[in-house]
Write a protein that binds this ligand. Structure first.
Ligand SMILES: [Cu+2]
Length: 263
C-alpha cells in the first residue's frame, strides 16, 4: 500500500516535471514581432508639453458619507466614517480624480503602441482604488480584490462590451481591456451599491488623472493645435484649446464650480 502511494506520488511528480518542461520549451520559441504601427510616430526632438492645475472655485464641497452597513466585512475595513470620492478636494483647492486628455482628432496620422504596463485597479476597503483611472485602447487593466469579501465588478460601457465578473476573496487578478475609445466608462459593483469607478479610454497616451496636487502634465505631443478636456465625475467636462510649438511647454488651468465650469 505504502509502495503504491509512493509510486502514485512519483507519477504525479513526473507529470509536474513534464508539464514544467513543455512550458519551458514553449517559452523558448521565438515570439512574433509586435504589430507595426500604421501611422507615424512622434519626433521626440520637437515634442511639446501641456501642464496645468484643476481648480475648484467654491470653497468646501459637501461630502457625502458612505454607509457600508450592508456588508459587515466592509465596515470592518475602516476605522472611521467613509466619504464619497465623487468630489475630492485637495488641501490646495484643486480637485483629485479629474481625467484630463487630448481630443484625438489633432493626432490623425499618428499611431501609438499599446503600453505593455497594465493599469492596476484595486478593490480595497470596499472602494475602488484609485477612484478614477485612464487606459489606452487595448491596454491591459489588472483588477485586484484586496478585500476579504466578494465583489462583482461590472463596467457599463456604451461603445465597448459590457461584462461582469464575481471576484471572491483571494481571487486571481482579472485582466481586461477595452478596444474602443470611451470617456468615461462607469464601473459598478453588483454587491455593494456605493462602489463606483470610471475608466477613461483613449487611443493615444495623452491622458492623465489628477492626484493629490490637482496638477496634470501631458508630454510627448507633436507640435500643433489641441483641444484639452477635463472630465469631473459630478461637474462634467470642460474643454480648452491650446497651440504648442516645437519643444514648447504651455500651461492650461481648468476651473470647476458646483454649477459646472467657469472656463
Ligand atoms: Cu463590491
Amino acid at each position: 500500500m505504502l509502495l503504491r502511494k509512493l509510486l502514485t506520488g512519483t507519477t504525479v511528480l513526473c507529470l509536474v516535471i513534464l508539464v514544467g518542461c513543455s512550458r519551458g520549451e514553449e517559452a523558448a520559441q521565438p515570439q512574433p514581432p509586435p504589430a507595426r504601427p500604421e501611422g507615424k510616430s512622434v519626433d521626440s526632438a520637437t515634442a511639446a508639453t501641456i501642464q496645468g492645475r484643476v481648480l475648484y472655485q467654491d470653497g468646501q464641497p459637501r461630502r457625502n458619507r458612505i454607509r457600508m452597513a450592508a456588508d459587515a466585512v466592509c465596515v470592518q475595513q475602516h476605522q472611521g466614517p467613509v466619504y464619497s470620492q465623487e468630489v475630492a478636494l485637495n488641501d490646495n483647492g484643486t480637485l483629485r480624480y479629474v481625467f484630463v486628455y487630448v481630443k484625438g482628432q489633432a493626432l490623425a496620422g499618428y499611431s501609438f503602441p499599446t503600453p505593455t504596463e497594465p493599469v492596476v485597479l484595486d478593490q480595497r476597503g470596499c472602494l475602488y482604488t484609485p477612484h478614477v483611472i485612464g487606459a489606452q485602447t487595448n491596454q491591459e487593466i489588472k483588477i485586484l480584490n484586496s478585500d476579504p469579501t466578494t465583489h462583482n465588478i461590472h463596467p457599463v460601457p456604451q461603445n465597448n462590451r459590457e461584462w461582469n465578473t464575481s471576484m471572491p476573496p483571494n481571487a486571481n487578478p482579472l485582466v481586461r481591456s477595452f478596444p474602443r475609445e470611451e470617456v468615461m466608462i462607469p464601473v459598478k459593483c453588483n454587491v455593494h451599491p456605493w462602489m463606483k469607478t470610471y475608466v477613461g479610454v483613449v487611443s493615444h497616451p495623452f491622458f492623465t488623472v489628477t492626484g493629490e496636487e490637482g496638477t496634470f502634465e501631458i508630454s510627448g505631443l507633436p507640435p500643433g493645435d489641441y483641444t484639452i478636456v477635463a472630465w469631473q465625475e459630478k461637474f462634467g467636462t470642460v474643454e480648452q484649446t491650446v497651440t504648442v510649438g516645437a519643444s514648447e511647454t504651455k500651461v492650461v488651468d481648468f476651473s470647476f464650480t458646483p454649477g459646472g465650469s467657469t472656463d
